[in-house]
Design a protein around this ligand. Structure first.
Ligand code: SF4
Length: 424
């Protein structure tokens, strides 16, 4: 299954924009390589995800130029809930974003929104999911405030999304993949309370993933485990959102953009997820073009096989069809399960040069993530350092030349290589 090409002059049925996270330059390049229509990223200020590398002024200029040259849009997050002290540098920052030519600004705070409307009225405003739009009246309200797009609350089901779509022409964006807060879309003081790191300033330490115990107040130091089974229990630990199979229904509902969470995740993760959703959307488009109804579409098994190779805490469709239950939680572990790891990002095709992300050794079976859903597999037959010295293995963070057997049919710079670390 390859990416779809339509006959000249026929663009095919309209698909939602695929919106990908870009926590740094490498993740942006990877997301663009694998077919994101738009990326969202943060500057050094006013952006949730304080611990992502984010982009300084030069970085923002570069990001916009790089993306625009490839027909990709850039939305910049200005989505903290601001205190007065945060506002000091807001106006120059908004003017800078307009000057740089970003395609939209993601805001959540009404004060920041009002400032942007007054100061840079031509800048498109997207409402952050943290503003918690869950109903048609709220959607209309934000439309009247000049918001162009709503990133709907994650706590909505399909019927509610359809109702909001029917009630207002405002652009609708829906999260389809990534980590979930157990609290109401990040409105949570757990991290601030336990670690001093403020979730609503983008600095969450994710204490909802920790293992907890009970202490009786007159027995300090004696911890009574809270146990579901022999693994203990992680009482606030949600599975990850995955609406891959629901893409046809979201298209049928008239959603304008589907969004992937993960500015803090690795480039390997971002690339694999963007690639999966790009290929799924293109497959759906092909089916729609041939006259099929979106509601009857079922993604082929190859997509599920690929999904199973992407790291996760388990998967849930959250509120999509019904309210989540205990089955949507992950009580027995906090760990991100990962059977496959990215071993390298390709830097050049000739010679075949990769930058390693995990150790790689001669004899490793690797998968090349290309433009079709089935990865191309090969065995590493030789490794050389850049000066030509042969090596049996390379540690993470090295630039090495590879040979594989058989040679890979296609090698594109920015593509990913991965390998299995556990048996299926
Ligand atoms: S601690 Fe968990 S629930 Fe709270 S904001 Fe952080 S990720 Fe969300």
């Amino acid at each position: 299954m390859a990416m779809t090409t339509f006959p000249a002059g026929q663009s095919g049925p309209r698909l939602p924009e695929l919106l990908a996270p870009a926590g740094n330059a490498e993740k942006l390049i990877t997301a663009v390589h694998y077919g994101a229509d738009a990326v969202y990223l943060g500057g050094k200020a006013f952006s949730l995800r304080a611990r992502a590398a984010n982009f300084d002024e030069d970085g923002l200029r570069w990001a916009v130029a790089y993306a625009h040259e490839r027909g990709v849009k850039v939305y910049v997050t200005v989505n903290i809930f601001a205190h007065n002290r945060d506002l000091e540098h807001l106006e120059p920052y908004l003017l800078l974003l307009r000057h740089i030519g970003i395609d939209g600004c993601i805001v959540g705070d009404p004060g920041i929104l009002a400032t942007a409307r007054r100061l840079v009225p031509e800048l498109s405003l997207h409402l952050s999911t943290q503003a918690n739009v869950t109903n048609t009246a709220s959607a209309r309200f934000w439309a009247e405030q000049g918001v162009r797009r709503l990133n709907l609350a994650r706590e909505l089901g399909l019927a509610e999304i359809r109702a909001i779509r029917a009630a207002t022409p405002i652009e609708l964006e829906v999260f389809v993949h990534g980590a979930l807060c157990i609290s109401y879309s990040g409105r949570c003081l757990l991290s601030q309370y336990l670690t001093g790191r403020n979730a609503n300033q983008g600095d969450c330490a994710h204490p909802c993933r920790y293992a907890y115990a009970v202490v009786e107040e007159k027995r300090p130091g004696q911890y009574f485990p809270v146990e579901e089974d022999q693994h203990g229990t992680y009482i606030f630990n949600s599975r990850d959102l995955c609406l891959l199979d629901r893409l046809p229904l979201l298209i049928d509902a008239g959603v304008d953009a589907v969004k992937i969470e993960g500015r803090m995740k690795s480039a390997g993760y971002v690339g694999a997820v963007v690639r999966l959703y790009r290929l799924a959307l293109d497959w759906i488009r092909e089916q729609l073009f041939s006259g099929q109804s979106p509601v009857s579409l079922v993604l082929p098994e190859a997509f599920h096989k690929e999904l199973s190779k992407i790291g996760t805490r388990g998967r849930t469709e959250n509120f999509f069809a019904a309210s989540p239950s205990s089955g949507d939680m992950l009580y027995d572990r906090m760990r991100f399960e990962q059977r496959f790891v990215p071993v390298g990002i390709i830097r050049a095709a000739t010679p075949f040069l990769i930058e390693t992300r995990h150790a790689i050794a001669v004899g490793d079976r690797v998968e090349y993530l290309g433009r079709t859903i089935e990865p191309e597999t090969a065995t590493v037959s030789a490794i050389r350092l850049e000066d030509g010295t042969p090596a049996q293995r390379a540690n993470p963070g090295r630039r090495v030349l590879l040979q594989t057997e058989p040679p890979l049919a296609t090698i594109e710079p920015h593509a990913l290589l991965r390998k299995q670390i556990e048996s299926a």
